[in-house]
Design a protein around this ligand. Structure first.
Ligand SMILES: *Cc1c(COP(=O)(O)O)cnc(C)c1O
Length: 466
C-alpha cells in the first residue's frame, strides 16, 4: 500500500506556544506576541482564552471562533480581552476574528480544537489522508464476498477515524474497545454495525439499545441480568459469543460456548449475532500447517477448537445466522484463507505509515532548554551514570509516560534519552552541537508500536470526602 502525503490534518491533544495552526489558517502569533493564550483547547470549550486583538480598545469585543461568536470583556489584570472558548464539533483549527459594534477589530488569528486531553502534552496531529489511502488500498485488495470489520482501538479521534474508514473502505462493522468509542462513532454519523470488543456493563444496556451497539455476551449470568434490563427497554440486543481458543483473554473456554450461546438464544431480547475468537500466533506458515492439520501449530490448535465450538452451537440448531469472525490484519496480510470465515477484524493495517517518509501521527514539541553539563555530572536519581565529559543536553516537557516506545529527532538526528520523568525528559544532544532552545523536536512512535497509540484519552478523576 502507498500512503500519500497527507492533506487533511487533525489535532489530537495540545500544548506549547506554537498554536498548531494548520497550513491554510493564519498564524497564531501576531507581531511577535501570542495572540491567544492558550491557542488551543478541548472541543467542549468553556475555558478562558485571553486575546490580544492588536487593537487599542478596552471596550468589549465579539470574538468569532469559526462560526461561533462569544463576547469578550476587557481583563485589566492581563491587559487582554477575556473570552470563553465556545464548543466545537470536531478537532481542527478555526479562524478567530474580532469585532466591536459590527466593525472588525485587530488581527485575525487561529485556535485549535483538540479531543479531550491534557493540554500541556505536545500537540499531536493525525493525517487522515494516510488513513483514507490505507483504507482505500485495503478495500481494493480485499477478498470478494468477505465482510470487512475495522478495529479502532488506538484512541482519538475515533469518530473521525470511523467516518474516514467507513467512507473509504465501506466497512460492514466497526469494532471498538469501549462503549464511549461506540457512542462517538454513532455521534459522528457512522452507519455500519458497531460492536464493542471484550466486555459490556449490564447498566449500559439502555445506551447500547439507544445507539444500536452490539456487545459480547460474557457468561450466562450476564445474559440473565441483561435480559432483565432488556425486558424493560424493549428492543433486541445483538451479542457475540467470544471463544477463548488459546489467547487467555476475552471469551469463554470452548466447552462453555454452547451453554452461553443457548442462554443467549433462549433470552427473548438477545440475539446471537456473532461467534468469534482471536488468534495469538499467526505466521506465514499457518496456511500450510492448516492443510496438513499440524496440531502442534498454535493457530491450527486454535482453529480446531474454534471450529468445534461453532459446530457444537450449530449442531444444536443455534446461531444459524451468526457471523463467524476470527482473523485480524495478520490473517489478511498473510492471506490465510481458511481463517477468513465471514469477516476479518482489521485494525493495525488502517494505521500503517512509515516515518519519516509518511507520518500518520505527527507529534512535535520544542526544546524548552539547552545546556552543557560539566564532566562528572549526575543524571537522574541515584547518579548511576555520571557524565564522563561535558555533555550537551536538551529538555522537553509533558511527554505522557505511557508512550514508552518513542524516538526523538532534533536537527534531523535521532537523539538518545538520558532521563525520562514524563513531565521532564532530558535528551542527549552530543550529536547535534548546533541545537538551541526553541528548536523543534520530532517525536515518533517506534516502528512496531506507532500505529497503536492508546494514550490520547486522559484518565477521568473525581474526588470524594469534600
Ligand atoms: C486488536 C484486535 C484486532 C485487530 O488486530 P490488528 O492486528 O490490529 O488487525 C482484532 N480482534 C481483536 C479481538 C483485537 O483485540
Amino acid at each position: 500500500m502507498t500512503p500519500v502525503l497527507g492533506l487533511s490534518v487533525l489535532v489530537l491533544s495540545g500544548c506549547g506556544q506554537d498554536g498548531g495552526a494548520a497550513a491554510d489558517a493564519p498564524p497564531a502569533t501576531a507581531s511577535g506576541s501570542v495572540a491567544l493564550a492558550p491557542s488551543h483547547g478541548g472541543l467542549s470549550g468553556g475555558n478562558l482564552v485571553l486575546a490580544d486583538t492588536g487593537g487599542d480598545t478596552k471596550d468589549p469585543v465579539t470574538a468569532r471562533f469559526g462560526e461561533a461568536e462569544v463576547e469578550c470583556a476587557w481583563d485589566e489584570r492581563s491587559s487582554r480581552h477575556a473570552c470563553t472558548a465556545p464548543a466545537h464539533q470536531g478537532p481542527g483549527t478555526v479562524e478567530v476574528s474580532f469585532s466591536a459594534g459590527g466593525a472588525e477589530v485587530g488581527e485575525k488569528t487561529s485556535y485549535t480544537y483538540t479531543t479531550p486531553g491534557t493540554q500541556d502534552v505536545p500537540l499531536l496531529r493525525v493525517d487522515t489522508e494516510t488513513v483514507r489511502s490505507n483504507a482505500e488500498a485495503i478495500r481494493a485488495d480485499y477478498p470478494m464476498g468477505l465482510q470487512l470489520g475495522a478495529v479502532l482501538k488506538n484512541g482519538e479521534p475515533v469518530g473521525v477515524f470511523g467516518k474516514v474508514i467507513e467512507e473509504a473502505a465501506d466497512v460492514d462493522y466497526v469494532f471498538v474497545p469501549k462503549l464511549e468509542d461506540a457512542i462517538s462513532l454513532r455521534e459522528a454519523g457512522v452507519e455500519a454495525k458497531i460492536a464493542v470488543l471484550y466486555a459490556a456493563e449490564v447498566e449500559d444496556i439502555p445506551l447500547l439499545v439507544h445507539y444500536d451497539v452490539e456487545v459480547p455476551a460474557t457468561d450466562p449470568a450476564w445474559v440473565e441480568a441483561a435480559e432483565q434490563v432488556l425486558a424493560t427497554t424493549g428492543g433486541t440486543l445483538r451479542t457475540h459469543v467470544w471463544v477463548d481458543t488459546g489467547m487467555g483473554r476475552e471469551g469463554v473456554v470452548p466447552e462453555e460456548a454452547l451453554p452461553l450461546a443457548r442462554a443467549v438464544e433462549d433470552a427473548e431480547h438477545l440475539e446471537l449475532a456473532g461467534i468469534a475468537t482471536h488468534f495469538s500466533t499467526v505466521t506465514a506458515e499457518d496456511g500450510a500447517a492448516i492443510e496438513r492439520n499440524d496440531t502442534a501449530n498454535t493457530t491450527v490448535a486454535q482453529k480446531n477448537r474454534f471450529d468445534e465450538a461453532v459446530a457444537s452451537i450449530r449442531d444444536a440448531g443455534l446461531g444459524e445466522n451468526a457471523l463467524i469472525h476470527a482473523g485480524a490484519s495478520d490473517v489478511l496480510a498473510e492471506e490465510i484463507e481458511p481463517l477468513y470465515y465471514d469477516l476479518l477484524r482489521v485494525g493495525g493495517m488502517f494505521f500503517a505509515s512509515s516515518p519519516p517518509e509518511t507520518r500518520l501521527y505527527s507529534w512535535t514539541t520544542e526544546l524548552t532548554q539547552v545546556k552543557t553539563l560539566p564532566e562528572g555530572w549526575c543524571i537522574d536519581y541515584g547518579c548511576t551514570e555520571p557524565t564522563t565529559a561535558p555533555k550537551k543536553v536538551g529538555i522537553v516537557n509533558h511527554i505522557p509516560s505511557r508512550e514508552n516506545e518513542l524516538t526523538y529527532t532534533v536537527g534531523g538526528k535521532q537523539v538518545p534519552v538520558l532521563l525520562d520523568h514524563g513531565t521532564v525528559v532530558t535528551l542527549d544532544l552530543s550529536e547535534v552541537p548546533e541545537a538551541a532552545a526553541g528548536d523543534e523536536v520530532q517525536i515518533d512512535f517506534s516502528a512496531e508500536a506507532f500505529h497503536l497509540l492508546d494514550a490520547t484519552a486522559p484518565v477521568p478523576v473525581t474526588t470524594t470526602g469534600g
